[in-house]
Design a protein around this ligand. Structure first.
Ligand code: TYM
Length: 332
C-alpha cells in the first residue's frame, strides 16, 4: 500500500493557508486512499526563539484542529513528532548525508534567518539543519508521497536527493519520496501583502485568517484585504495579485475555477463578500467540532498515544537498518 506522510509545525495558530494548502486534502483524500501518517512536528518549532508553554499549547491545539478538520484515527495515524525518538535518530544520519552548501541554499532558511536577524535575534543552528530533520520525518516511514503546499516543495526535493544519495552509498534503505501540491491554493497569500505567503508565524496578523478566528474577525480581515488599483475583477496572478488571491481562496472553498469565478463579480466588494461567506461556511463545522474535542481532552490524548505507538513500530526497523548500513556497530 502506498504510504503518505505530512506534518504541520506548532509555531503559531493554524491558518487558512495550512488548511487549503494541505490539511483539507489530507482529510478528504489522502487518508482514504493510502496508509497515511500525519504529524504535529513540535521539534521543528524549536528552531526559532520560542516560549515553552506556548509550544506545548499549540501542539495540542494543532492536533485537535487536525481531528476537527476530519482526520479520522480509524483511517490514518496522527501523532506528535517528539513522541517518536526515531525522527531525531535518523536526522543525524541525514546531517551526515547532506552538505552545508545544500542546506544554505534553502529559501526558507534564507528568509527565516534574515527575519530572526532583523528582530535582533541570533540564528539557531537547528534552523539551518531543519531540512535534515524534515527528510528524516519523511524517509523514516518509507514514504512515497508528501502532500504539502508549494512552500515546502523544495524541502521535499532535498529529502528526495538525500534518499537517493544514501541508497547509492550504503544500499537501498529508503523509498524515494515526491511532493504533491493541490491544484488550487498551493500558495495562499497574505491578505495585506498578496506577494508574500500567508504564514502562521508572521508578526502582522491583519492579513492572516486563522482557523479559530471569530466570524466577525474573518469577515473584517477579508473585507479589508488589499486589492489592486482598477475595478475590474480579473484573474491575473502577477498583474492583480490581491484579487487573484481572493479568487483562489473562493475557488478553493467552493470547488470552482478562479478564471470562471472572475466573470461573476462586478466589483471587488462583491468578490470579498462572497469570499468571506465561503470561508465562514468552511470554518463553521470545523470550529464546532474543535469546541467539542476541547471538551474531551482524554480522547485527543488517546489518539496521540496510539498514533505514536504505531509510528514507532513502523519507524524503528528502518532506522536500525540505516544505522547498520552506514557502519555503526549494532548493539549486541
Ligand atoms: P507548516 O507548518 O509551515 O505548514 C503546514 C502545511 O501547510 C502548508 N502551507 C500553505 N499552503 C498554501 N498556502 C499557504 N499560505 C501555506 N502555509 C502553509 C505547508 O506547505 C505545509 O504543507 N516544514 C513543514 C512541516 C514539516 C513537514 C515535514 C511537512 C516538517 N516535517 C515532513 C511534510 C513532511 C512546515 O513548516 O509546514
Amino acid at each position: 500500500r502506498r504510504r503518505i506522510f505530512s506534518g504541520v509545525k506548532p509555531s503559531g495558530h493554524l491558518t487558512l493557508g495550512n488548511y487549503l494548502g494541505a490539511v483539507r486534502r489530507w482529510a478528504q483524500e489522502d487518508q482514504h486512499r493510502a496508509d497515511a501518517l500525519f504529524c504535529v512536528v513540535d521539534l521543528h518549532a524549536l528552531t526559532v526563539e520560542h516560549d515553552p508553554a506556548r509550544v506545548r499549547r499549540l501542539t495540542r491545539q494543532a492536533a485537535t484542529l487536525l481531528l476537527a478538520s476530519g482526520l479520522d484515527p480509524e483511517h490514518c495515524t496522527l501523532f506528535v513528532q517528539s513522541h517518536v525518538d526515531e525522527h531525531a535518530r535518523l536526522s543525524y544520519l541525514m546531517e551526515c548525508t547532506a552538505t552545508d552548501g545544500e542546506m544554505r541554499r534553502m529559501i526558507q532558511y534564507k528568509e527565516k534567518a534574515a527575519r530572526e536577524q532583523a528582530r535582533g535575534r541570533s540564528v539557531r543552528l537547528s534552523l539551518l539543519t531543519y531540512p535534515a530533520l524534515m527528510a528524516a520525518d519523511i524517509l523514516v516511514y518509507g514514504t512515497h508521497e508528501v502532500p504539502v503546499g508549494e512552500d515546502q516543495t523544495q524541502h521535499v526535493e532535498l529529502a528526495r536527493d538525500l534518499a537517493q544519495r544514501f541508497n547509492q552509498r550504503y544500499g537501498p534503505v529508503f523509498t524515494v519520496p515526491r511532493a504533491t501540491n493541490p491544484k488550487v491554493s498551493a500558495r495562499v497569500m497574505d491578505l495585506q501583502d498578496p506577494t508574500s505567503k500567508m504564514g502562521k508565524s508572521h508578526a502582522e496578523t491583519a492579513g492572516i485568517v486563522y482557523l479559530l478566528d471569530e466570524p466577525d474577525v474573518v469577515r473584517k480581515k477579508i473585507m479589508r484585504a488589499v486589492t489592486d488599483s482598477g475595478t475590474e475583477v480579473r484573474y491575473d496572478r502577477t498583474g492583480q495579485p490581491g484579487v487573484a488571491n481572493l479568487l483562489d481562496v473562493l475557488a478553493s472553498c467552493t470547488d470552482g475555477k478562479p478564471e470562471v469565478l472572475a466573470g461573476e463579480f462586478a466589483s471587488y466588494g462583491e468578490l470579498k463578500r462572497a469570499t468571506a461567506e465561503a470561508v465562514l461556511e468552511l470554518l463553521r463545522p470545523l470550529q464546532a467540532r474543535h469546541a467539542e474535542l476541547c471538551a474531551d481532552p482524554s480522547y485527543v490524548d488517546g489518539v496521540l498515544r496510539a498514533g505514536a505507538e504505531r509510528a514507532r513500530d513502523l519507524a524503528r526497523p528502518r532506522v536500525n537498518e540505516a544505522y547498520a548500513a552506514v557502519g555503526l556497530l549494532p548493539p549486541a
